[in-house]
Design a protein around this ligand. Structure first.
Ligand code: URA
Length: 296
């Protein structure tokens, strides 16, 4: 990092802390939070098979970010001591027209074209624009949110509204911005009135989201909000339980699993600013993981 970059990152970190309410020094000697984060144990958890993914978002309430923690059904995978990975189902088991269309895309441009031609998600009829992605497709970090809102629908880009502005302020302290992250959603068209996407809408978009991740091939996924985390990791727990834990994400067209970190959605943080403290921990964990992967 150049000197100017690190000063900008420190200033952004300070601004972020003040915004989160940490506007007073409590101790005489400052604590090195980066060092504290480095000591925290990192647990890598498995994901489940692809056909169950859409079912993970089975009702409206399940998609809320601020839901109380749910009691997770015990699973074999949960009891596994180490980083066990349950592989996604082989392609033959998942062969809808959407899967075929998505799988045929050999580049991000082709995937965008495939979505433009896809008529299997009724949200397309009410939306103004396809909201495909923003940022740098070569980036090591891919952020996957929920669904476009009104601003995103107008601009045809994800996270350009108030949530996106907060997302930018969250990324700046760890030295990331839209030139160094790639951003998309699990839903490519705005749900009318910003309602939560239905299970069917999530399922319709999922083959394209999976292909999107395969083609972008990032080092790390950051899943913002319960809908994104539960869908892509095929977990039943709410975001309160999922956030801050490392999972391994994999789909059939990937050569290797990718570490995936669920965290709070910026829209949730706007409603619950006290949770920014936990979000900051997640950002530090993300930064640390990028360092580890760059210097194994
Ligand atoms: N919220 C999201 O999850 N995605 C967007 O693109 C905008 C708001």
């Amino acid at each position: 990092m150049r000197d100017g970059d690190s000063t900008a990152a420190v200033l952004a970190a300070l601004a972020w802390q003040i915004e989160a309410g940490a506007d007073e020094a409590i101790d005489i000697v400052p604590a090195d939070r980066f060092a504290v984060a480095a000591e925290a144990p990192v647990r890598v958890e498995p994901t489940l098979a692809a056909p169950n993914r859409a079912a993970a978002t089975s009702d409206h309430a399940a998609l809320r970010d601020d839901e109380p923690p749910q009691t997770a059904r015990p699973r074999l995978a949960d009891a596994a001591p180490g980083p066990v990975l349950l592989r996604a189902a082989p392609p033959a088991l998942v062969d809808t027209p959407a899967h075929s269309l998505a799988r045929a895309a050999r580049s991000l441009d082709e995937l965008r074209e495939a979505l433009m031609a896809f008529d299997g998600c009724p949200l397309k009829d009410t939306a103004t624009n396809l909201v495909f992605a923003d940022g740098n497709p070569e980036s090591r970090v891919m952020i996957v949110g929920e669904a476009p809102g009104a601003d995103e629908d107008r601009a045809g880009k994800p996270f350009v509204g108030i949530s996106g502005q907060l997302l930018d302020r969250m990324l700046a302290p760890i030295g990331l911005d839209r030139t160094s992250v790639y951003i998309t959603n699990i839903i490519f068209w705005r749900p009318p009135g910003n309602r939560q996407p239905t299970t069917a809408e999530v399922a319709a978009c999922l083959p394209f989201v999976e292909r999107h991740i395969e083609l972008a091939n990032p080092d790390v996924l950051m899943l913002t909000g319960g809908a994104s985390a539960k869908t892509l990791l095929a977990r039943n727990e709410g975001i309160m339980r999922l956030r801050g834990r490392w999972f391994l994400y994999e789909s059939t067209g990937m050569s290797r699993p990718i570490p995936a970190l669920p965290t709070f959605h910026p829209a949730f943080l706007l409603r619950q600013p006290a949770q920014k403290r936990e979000a900051w921990r997640d950002l530090l964990a993300l930064s640390e993981k990028l360092g580890e992967l760059a210097h194994p």
